[in-house]
Design a protein around this ligand. Structure first.
Ligand SMILES: NC(=O)C1=CN([C@@H]2O[C@H](COP(=O)(O)OP(=O)(O)OC[C@H]3O[C@@H](n4cnc5c(N)ncnc54)[C@H](OP(=O)(O)O)[C@@H]3O)[C@@H](O)[C@H]2O)C=CC1
Ligand SMILES: O=C(O)[C@@H]1CCC=N1
Length: 269
């Protein structure tokens, strides 16, 4: 892709996306520029990804054809105010923040600015990201396609309607954190039974990867796949019973509810 890509904010999520883009060779490092709050972050980013760096957000805004705002929601107003005059009329501004709406973006930038609201996740780092995208009415079909190609360079991307965007952090933006907790817990359980720690992480992570792949590739209902593991009178149904008694699924649902509520509230900060 010939476009120049800017990142304002270069923390965990931005770096996962930058790594994914470079790894897929969709964008070479010399077409990417990033800014951050501290010089230390930028030195690290330059060292790891060989992209252009600047502590001047306006310079990044002026550089970019596609500009990612990868700062935390509470920084949006301040940063947009700082860069809005440097954002070109044809620049596509991509927000990755939880809770920040397209209306709020246009209000802060200007009416008519091209905005794509998105919610990626950190598995982008290894090319297995999942991002939800929602453009405003000023983004042309081909422009959305360019943005989609970028997101697909580090995983899957789905265009969805904006009223569902607040539901995305809980299911895919934040959910890697709960899955990491699950993997850690599985590994702890293995260690408790004597499996060496490093091997326990490998076994637990591969089991989660394999189970996810089965859902995606067989198209079967997760419940049916679960039933296939539970031999009658066997060991798995014992584990499943304990998980139900401990309200495993209820805990996940409650966690997702609180995540969604917080994601909406973040925009108010
Ligand atoms: N982490 C995740 O899994 C996901 C995060 N997001 C969204 O991504 C955004 C960033 O989150 P995350 O990467 O986790 O946060 P981080 O804290 O890791 O990164 C924030 C970045 O913003 C920089 N920054 C802060 N203030 C400014 C400023 N005034 N100008 C320029 N840069 C600034 C920081 O610089 P410095 O490093 O120098 O402090 C840092 O690089 C959030 O809006 C979040 O909702 C979306 C999906 C998933
Ligand atoms: O924790 C957060 O607010 C962000 C949004 C999704 C993942 N991280």
């Amino acid at each position: 892709m010939k476009k120049k890509i800017g990142f304002i904010g270069c923390g965990n999520m931005a770096q996962a996306m930058i790594a994914g883009m470079i790894r897929s060779e969709v964008i070479p490092p010399e077409q990417i520029m990033a800014s951050a709050f501290t010089e230390a972050t930028l030195i690290e980013v330059r060292k790891n990804y060989h992209i252009h760096i600047s502590q001047d957000n306006k310079a990044v805004a002026a550089f970019a054809d596609i500009l990612f705002l990868a700062i935390k929601p509470d920084q949006y107003k301040k940063v947009i105010n700082e860069i809005k005059d440097a954002v070109g009329d044809d620049t596509i501004v991509v927000t990755i923040a939880a809770g920040i709406t397209i209306d709020a973006m246009n209000e802060a930038l200007r009416e008519g600015a091209k905005v794509v609201r998105t919610m990626p996740n950190t598995p982008s780092l290894v090319g297995e990201g999942l991002s939800a995208l929602c453009p405003n009415e000023f983004v042309e079909k081909e422009e959305l396609q360019d943005v989609k190609v970028l997101f697909e360079s580090f995983g899957k991307a789905e265009v969805i309607q904006e009223d569902l965007m607040d539901a995305i952090p809980a299911i895919s933006g934040s959910s890697p954190a709960y899955v990491f907790m699950f993997i850690e817990a599985l590994a702890d359980g293995g260690v408790m039974q004597g499996i060496p720690r490093k091997q326990a992480y490998r076994l637990a992570a591969q089991a989660v990867l394999g189970a996810a792949k089965m859902v995606l590739e067989t198209g079967m209902h997760p419940g049916e796949l679960k039933d296939q593991v539970c031999s009658p009178g066997g060991a798995t149904i014992e584990a499943v019973t304990t998980l139900e008694q401990k309200q495993f699924r209820g805990a996940v649902l409650s966690a997702m509810e609180s995540c969604t509520k917080k994601a909406k509230d973040l925009a108010k900060s």
